[in-house]
Design a protein around this ligand. Sequence first.
Ligand code: PEP
Length: 245
Amino acid sequence: MKFIIANWKMHIPNIKSWQKKPNLNKDIRIIIAPPFPFLNEVKKNISWAELGAQDVFYKDFPNGGAFTGEVSASMLKYFGVKYVIIGHSERRKYGKETDEIINEKILLSLKKELQVILCIGEPLNIRLKGISATDNFLKNQLKIDLNKVTKNFQNNIFIAYEPIWAIGSGRTDSLNDITEVAGLVRKFLATKGLNKIKFLYGGSVSDSNVGEFLKSKEIDGVLVGSSSVDAKEFKKILNVVLKLK
Ligand code: PEP
């Protein structure tokens, strides 16, 4: 099973262009994470994909609460959201999210039975120091992000490895390096008893490279940003995936 996750970021989608169902003949799961105001439209019009959200607040109360601008896990569930992206590097940077906040979001989302897509990734200056520095950076993120996450929840978590320098840059990581990182991340997760977590790659994925990534047994799926906003571009990616042996 491979997962293809579309992160529409703050782009305005042309929902009509997405309505036609692609000919899906494979074991793939497609998840679309639109900006919050488009969740309902995606749910109503794009029957062939599952619904994801790009973020969630770290508190949730039965009657809502005085948290201006925020959206709770319960609200996401109400709109049929099954997956939530947490800790995207753009939220870490522009929303000033810390690993501690990310951890709270994860614990709450798991409790609310959402599937968590946790984004981790290093900046370029760390990667230039080598894979061992990258491994340390990622471990430091994971240690806090997954604090108190028990193995009961491991089937509900994806790690999306997204090197920051590869996001939106047109420059992907090499399959060799991604595979090495996947091995190191899995080794770390195993020390916490989290052996079943799925590993995704994100960073300038397009129809020209998705085949190479998804052929690898180490990579359970991809998180696609820029190339997921336009239906035609995204369907080109799907076509490549559908032809994979
Ligand atoms: C992302 O936003 O998660 C992402 C990977 O973006 P892009 O595909 O544009 O690099």
